[in-house]
Structures are given as structure tokens and as C-alpha cells.
Design a protein around this ligand. Structure first.
Ligand code: ZN
Ligand code: ZN
Length: 259
């Protein structure tokens, strides 16, 4: 009798513990740290204002007088949610370096809203693949989490294995534009199953576009018709320096684990 009671209790506990936990300990917003029940709360999302209008129709950056579009020609167009600042910057950091995978949902919804606004039809979403070293260290690919959340909203398929990294690359942080292009050239391969259709590459941050460009080249080589890209933010090289320590630590941990 006692063991029946114990079984029943453990069954009820397992069934309700997830709901119970979130009721007792609602998620904290990664930016304002209030227990709002949101991984990134609506007031913090509203602070992530888009780049000012007018914007370049190709790269989505503000059309200032000196704007020279540097978007690689293999990409039809790229879209970006907001500048690398404030709550969005904090949320990306939490997603990549603090294991806050729950923040992928609000960020994915922001990406979906931005893409829907373009009205451009695509056949599916492709997350930018993470290097094996960083995947092992992090345990997940943040771009895949973002693409999956985005796909729910847009009701599009997300193909996580159709675009693969075929060789390891050095972290892009600290490299010049030319070095970045060289570092990722030929690093990706796409499945021929992607031929004849349009695809949207998804990533968290774009700096020079070298990685997106290498992915797009692999897709076009596999027969894709059009390749677009969307990222949460664009980042100038200097704003990425805060991430450098994490990248180096990740590599260090990985190299130690291998020896
Ligand atoms: Zn907040
Ligand atoms: Zn441009």
C-alpha cells in the first residue's frame, strides 16, 4: 500500500514538477533580472529598437550618406533585428555563454517578426552550423535554437543537418575581414536536397558577413536558387571583444579535454 502511494506521488510529482517549478520560480528576465515569467520581458524587448530608417535594401543598415554596402553578393539580402546594444546584447550573451536556452523563444519571435515584415517567401530556415569544438563545449547550437523558435511562428521547416561544417575554423574574433573570409572559405557543405529552392540562413550575430557568405556559397554550389540571411544583430569588431575571453576559454577547455 505504502509503495503504491509512493508510486502515485512520484508520478504526480513528475507530471507537475515542471509547471510547479515555473509557478514557484518564474523565469527571470536576462536583462532587467525581474521575475516576470519571461526570459526576456516585453518592456526589455521594446527597448531593442530597430536601426533608424531609411535602411539599405540589401544589408538593412541605415542609409547614411557614406553607406557602402558590403553585403557579399552571394546573399540576395540580409535582415537584422536591432543594434548590438542594451537588452538584446545582454540576451545574446545569456543565450551563448550562460546556458539560458529559454531566451531563444523571445529572440526567435523577434526574428520571425522581422522576417515576416519583409514579405519575402522562402522554403525553409537553415541555422548556421557551429564548430564542433564550440558545440561540444556549449552543448547546443544557439542558431539552431533560434531557427526552431522562428520556424514555429513562421510555420516553415527548419533543416539542421542539411548544411554542415566540414572543417574546423579558428574563432573569427580578432581577425581582419580578409582573414575572416580565408578562415571560413570552403568550411561548409550543403546537401543536394536543398537544390531548386530559396533558403533563409539564421544566426545570432553578423560582423563582416564572412561566415554567412561561406554558407551561401555552399548552398548555391548545391543548387539553391536564392539565399537570404537574418541575424539578431550586427556587431562592429570592437563590440565583440567582450566575447573574446569566452571564445578563448571555450577553446582552452576543449583542447584540455582532448589531451
Ligand atoms: Zn526585462
Ligand atoms: Zn547595404
Amino acid at each position: 500500500m505504502r509503495s503504491q502511494w509512493r508510486d502515485w506521488f512520484s508520478h504526480v510529482w513528475r507530471a507537475t514538477s515542471h509547471v510547479g517549478r515555473s509557478l514557484l520560480f518564474p523565469p527571470r528576465c536576462v536583462s532587467c533580472e525581474r521575475s516576470t515569467g519571461w526570459a526576456l520581458c516585453p518592456p526589455c524587448i521594446e527597448q531593442s529598437a530597430a536601426f533608424p530608417l531609411p535602411r539599405c535594401s540589401r544589408c538593412d543598415l541605415p542609409l547614411e550618406a557614406e553607406h557602402v554596402c558590403t553585403l557579399p553578393p552571394v546573399l540576395r539580402a540580409a535582415r537584422v533585428v536591432a543594434p548590438h546594444a542594451g537588452p538584446l546584447r545582454r540576451a545574446i550573451h545569456a543565450l551563448k555563454y550562460e546556458g539560458r536556452t529559454d531566451v531563444a523563444r523571445p529572440l526567435g519571435i523577434m526574428l520571425a517578426a522581422r522576417w515576416r515584415h519583409t514579405g519575402v517567401p522562402v522554403d525553409g530556415l537553415l541555422p548556421v552550423p557551429l564548430g564542433a569544438a564550440r558545440h561540444t563545449q556549449r552543448g547546443y547550437n544557439q542558431a539552431a535554437l533560434l531557427a526552431e523558435e522562428m520556424a514555429h511562428v513562421l510555420e516553415l521547416p527548419v533543416l539542421c543537418d542539411a548544411l554542415r561544417r566540414v572543417r574546423e575554423t579558428r574563432p573569427q574574433v580578432g581577425l581582419s575581414r580578409k582573414e575572416r573570409l580565408e578562415n571560413v572559405r570552403g568550411a561548409f557543405r550543403a546537401s543536394s536536397a536543398l537544390a531548386g529552392r530559396s533558403w533563409l540562413l539564421v544566426d545570432d550575430v553578423c560582423t563582416t558577413g564572412a561566415t554567412l557568405s561561406a554558407c551561401a556559397q555552399a548552398l548555391l554550389a548545391a543548387g539553391a536558387t536564392r539565399v537570404y540571411a537574418i541575424t539578431l544583430t550586427r556587431s562592429a569588431e570592437e563590440t565583440l571583444h567582450a566575447s573574446l575571453a569566452h571564445e578563448l576559454r571555450a577553446c582552452h577547455v576543449y583542447s584540455r579535454a582532448r589531451t
